[in-house]
Design a protein around this ligand. Structure first.
Ligand SMILES: Nc1ncnc2c1ncn2[C@@H]1O[C@H](COP(=O)(O)OP(=O)(O)OP(=O)(O)O)[C@@H](O)[C@H]1O
Ligand SMILES: [Mg+2]
Length: 283
């Protein structure tokens, strides 16, 4: 009798271990998202990246939100407000003869996130490149780059908000991403930028590229935008006064206007991308 109970207990433990394993596996396969938002200045990268990070976190998965922009904006849309700086400490890296700037000690990107990333609402962890214009901090930049290149904590999603324009995303600063979302307003200038970004994205093989058309109005011809850019439209986010109001108040759209049409559209974007095989490259 004792023996049978013992066997039962053992198989129960094994079953629990197996279930935990499969859950971890499923989480990595299905839920993991590594996405970088790029686009012309003011088109809505920070708004959409911050809201996406919060929505992903609400599904109960760990999320790292990276503000790769040197003019920070993601802190507001993720719900941290006007924090002074969430950059990595300067002393993590040093300049070495013949090597340039390198990490001072061997420290994993996961450890850096654990130690230094700020806790944002819904459990999002937040890191900022944090370099102010005119105040270059090579040590912090080197450490941040280390996170961009090697953060691979199992089951974590990474949402990055890149600097406006075309330069940054294509010098390795989107290296964490398996998906590149080009945020584009329905204006001719934004279309031109998006076209350049699409061409540059072709130099990142294995990265899925799609459009998020933002500030869509009734008369916006999204089909024309899609045809001009020859990319799949991942989402259409309506022009939404509630988002603009949130911005004026320094609040995250998801906190100030959780029921708004734009937050709903971003929720659909997250759901669609999560359900598509996020790790399967199509480009
Ligand atoms: N769907 C929307 N409807 C109305 N206003 C919006 C929408 N999305 C963003 N905005 C507003 O547009 C402005 C720019 O948005 P945001 O800061 O997210 O853009 P960005 O691409 O990150 O800009 P930057 O390149 O300067 O970092 C903000 O005032 C924001 O509130
Ligand atoms: Mg921004």
């Amino acid at each position: 009798m004792l023996k049978i109970e013992h066997v039962h207990r053992r198989s129960k433990r094994r079953l629990a271990a197996l279930t935990a394993c499969s859950l971890a596996f499923l989480r990595q396969r299905i839920v993991l998202m590594r996405i970088a938002f790029v686009g012309k200045g003011g088109n809505g990268k920070s708004t959409i990246a911050g809201t996406s990070a919060r929505l992903l976190a609400r599904e109960g998965q760990p999320v790292l939100a990276l503000d790769v922009d040197t003019l920070p904006g993601l802190a507001f849309s993720v719900g941290l407000g006007g924090i002074p700086d969430a950059g990595l400490p300067e002393e993590l890296a040093e300049r070495q003869e013949g090597k340039g700037w390198v990490m001072r000690d061997e420290v994993s990107a996961e450890t850096l996130v654990e130690r230094y990333a700020l806790a944002a609402p819904d459990g999002v962890r937040f890191l900022q490149l944090g370099k102010l214009p005119g105040q270059v901090r090579p040590g912090s930049t080197t450490a941040f780059r280390h996170v961009i290149e090697s953060f691979r904590a199992p089951g974590w999603s990474v949402v990055g908000d890149l600097a406006a324009g075309t330069r940054q995303g294509f010098f390795g600063w989107a290296g964490f991403a398996s998906m590149l979302a080009i945020v584009v307003e329905p204006t001719q200038a934004a279309l031109l930028s998006a076209r350049r970004l699409r061409r540059l994205a072709e130099t990142m093989p294995g990265t899925r590229v799609g459009l998020v058309i933002n500030k869509v109005r009734n008369d916006t011809r999204t089909r024309d935008i899609q045809a001009a850019l020859q990319l799949p439209v991942w989402a259409e986010v309506p022009y939404d006064e509630e988002v603009a109001d949130a911005e004026r108040a320094g609040l995250a759209p998801i906190d100030a206007a959780p029921g708004s049409r734009s937050v709903a559209a971003i929720a659909r974007l997250v759901l669609d991308l999560r359900n598509s095989d996020a790790e399967e490259p199509t480009a």
